[in-house]
Design a protein around this ligand. Structure first.
Ligand code: PNS
Length: 163
């Protein structure tokens, strides 16, 4: 069975992320969406909230829960991949701005564990400019981001930001 780990902060999950999961399911039997637990960051959503929103978004997508696992990890990503029996790290690419950061991470991960390969999927062009950070910024300032995030995330953003 081909397993890919799709790691990230997912604070919160966007439609850009769900488009990568959908495309990834065309290529892999199973995708493990892995939320980095990073105590040094101060996210808008707790790890538990992010896991819940990802699970709900996967349900909204109609993806089979057997094929999409949602989990959290700490420490080195390549070690987590080995524990999950995954030979692939899946990452989304948007505009060229992502390239430098992704190249550095992919090369570091290859250095650490040559047996784990990083593969990229281009984000759906409808969501090319969508990032969790911009979603949070726009939502905090009262912008309408409903079409850019799964509906459970839109509702939770409104509840969290008091709109
Ligand atoms: O959504 P993000 O914040 O761009 O995701 C970054 C992530 C989680 C993929 C990256 O920070 C990561 O893999 N962290 C785990 C620590 C690690 O393995 N570092 C060495 C390789 S860069």
């Amino acid at each position: 069975m081909s397993v890919a780990v799709y790691p990230g902060s997912f604070d919160p999950i966007t439609r850009g992320h769900t488009s990568i999961i959908s495309s990834g399911l065309e290529a892999f039997d199973k995708i493990v969406v892995a939320v980095l637990h990073n105590p040094r960051k101060s996210p808008l959503f707790s790890v538990e909230e992010r896991l819940e929103l990802i699970r709900e978004s996967v349900r909204e997508m109609g993806a089979s829960p057997e094929r999409v696992e949602v989990d959290t990890f700490e420490g080195l990503l390549v070690d987590y991949c080995k524990r999950k029996g995954a030979g692939v790290i899946l990452r989304g690419l948007r505009a060229v701005a992502d390239f430098e950061y992704e190249l550095q991470m992919a090369n570091m991960n290859r250095h650490l564990e040559p047996g784990v390969v990083t593969m990229f999927i281009m984000a759906d062009d409808a969501y090319f400019y969508v990032s969790s950070n911009l979603i949070k910024e726009a939502a905090k300032l009262g912008g309408d981001v409903d079409r850019l995030v799964p509906s459970c995330v839109a509702a939770r953003l409104r509840a969290k930001l008091g709109r």
